[in-house]
Write a protein that binds this ligand. Structure first.
Ligand code: PLP
Length: 433
């Protein structure tokens, strides 16, 4: 197909896209000369929904207008503000409203969840996670192990892909659990791996963990808003996420947390139940709202996962997320995923002629990936970095992940088929040069 015909084809796909109008609801970054950039970096920082500005302004105005009264009398009163986010987060995670809450940040939530669910006992003391996990997850896990007086060298089990491979099969996780399950207290696994873009069968991992008596926690940083999720039915014990990637909540946006209903039900609302898995570390924002301001010394938990909240949340870190969740509700995760599969498959197809020079390490089967494709350039890491820099000079916004990966994510909320075409066009030119 000629270049012109290929571009026509991309534009025809965009014209036929039922979700195409959503792109205009986002701020699209431009270069210093005002030229539109090709933004394919929603796996790192999602774009700003235009409505976020209005919601932020409303909160600033209410603060200016009302001062402390805003806690109760803002347009969206601040005391129960997190409740505005709950239905959208529950829909995206496949959870009940009582099982999800927006709070803190991902790593802070991971520490809270490990405090609640990591209960080393005798021989069953290990945490199983992936080798090459996102550094913050590993720091959190290793420090939790050390904080309990155990040695991360022997107590942190890291499952690596087979030599020379990038991906870890679910069967390998099952095999590790079959071999060492009695030593493992908790399995922490990502829904989507940040470097490779591999999506995991969460329900299968949870089943395997439970079969061997282990707690199963999931890091959804690269999954939420990217893939449909079903945490409640999957029976996951807990999950954590950040909201600035596919959720477009803005830099440093409020994170989120899931605790399965069975653990919530097991906790007494009236007591700190330190002995139970899921035991809460408490703060006043987890206290039931009606009596919170009586400031009584005894804790009475709010119902649901809201009881795990510690502090009053930053409204400014939450308002943009509200704007984005409204767009997810409007579009529906089903249609978004349908477009995502088509768009990422289209990008993959355009990259096929570059095989040999560009290796896609992300799995090819749609159920095993979200929208991100991870590319490794032939010629080694230095060559890869050079290609990445040349792509950036041509207005392509993607990112580089050490040691040798370029990550590219066409996001169905705001990316076009034409963006995929522009990227491959630029990459082809760079490789020729
Ligand atoms: C997989 C994963 N875990 C943890 C983090 C750290 O997130 P935060 O800075 O919100 O704690 C990130 C951030 O990108 C991530 O991708």
């Amino acid at each position: 197909m000629s270049e012109a015909a290929a571009l026509e084809d991309a534009r025809a796909r965009d014209a036929a896209d039922p979700l195409r109008a959503l792109r205009a609801r986002f701020a699209l970054p431009r270069d210093g000369e005002g030229e539109a950039l090709t933004y394919l970096c929603g796996h790192s920082l999602g774009l700003m929904p235009l409505a976020a500005r209005d919601l932020m302004t409303e909160e600033l105005d209410d603060w200016a207008r009302l001062g402390v009264e805003g806690h109760e009398h803002a347009r969206r009163p601040w005391i129960p503000y997190h409740e505005n986010l709950t239905p959208g987060l529950a829909a995206l995670t496949g959870a009940r409203d009582t099982e999800v809450v927006a709070m803190n940040s991902l790593t802070a939530n991971l520490h809270l969840m490990l405090a609640s669910f990591y209960r080393p006992q005798g021989r069953r003391a290990c945490i199983l996670m992936e080798a090459g996990a996102f550094s913050s997850d590993r720091h959190a896990v290793a420090s939790q192990i050390a904080w309990r007086g155990l040695d991360p060298k022997t107590t942190l089990l890291e499952l690596a892909p087979r030599a020379g491979e990038d991906l870890v099969a679910e069967a390998a996780i099952e095999a590790t659990l079959a071999a060492r399950g009695e030593e493992i207290a908790l399995v922490l696994w990502p829904g989507v791996q940040f470097r490779t873009g591999q999506a995991f069968d969460v329900a299968r991992i949870v089943r395997a963990a439970h079969r061997h008596g282990c707690i199963a926690g999931i890091d959804l940083a690269h999954s939420i808003g990217n893939l449909p999720l079903a945490l409640h039915d999957a029976n996951a014990d807990f999950a954590v996420w950040c909201s600035y990637k596919y959720l477009n909540g803005g830099p440093g946006a409020i994170g989120g947390c899931f605790v399965h209903q069975r653990h919530i039900d097991a906790q007494s609302r009236m007591r700190h139940s330190g002995a139970l898995p899921g035991a809460r570390l408490a703060g006043w924002w987890g206290h039931e709202e009606a009596t919170r301001f009586l400031m009584e010394p005894e804790f009475r938990g709010a119902s649901g996962i809201a009881a795990w909240q510690l502090s009053n949340p930053s409204i400014f870190a939450a308002a943009p997320l509200l704007a984005s969740l409204a767009l997810f509700t409007e579009a529906g995760m089903g249609p978004l995923r349908e477009k995502s599969v088509a768009l990422t498959g289209y990008l993959e197809g355009l990259l096929r002629p570059l095989e040999g020079r560009v290796q896609i390490i992300t799995p090819g089967e749609p159920p095993r990936r979200g929208c991100q494709l991870s590319l490794r350039l032939a010629g080694g890491a230095a060559r890869g970095r050079q290609v990445f820099d040349a792509l950036a000079a041509r207005g392509m916004v993607c990112d580089w992940r050490a040691p040798d990966i370029i990550r590219v994510a066409p996001v169905p909320l705001y990316n076009r088929f034409e963006d995929a075409w522009l990227f491959v066009q630029a990459l082809t030119q760079v490789l020729k040069g």
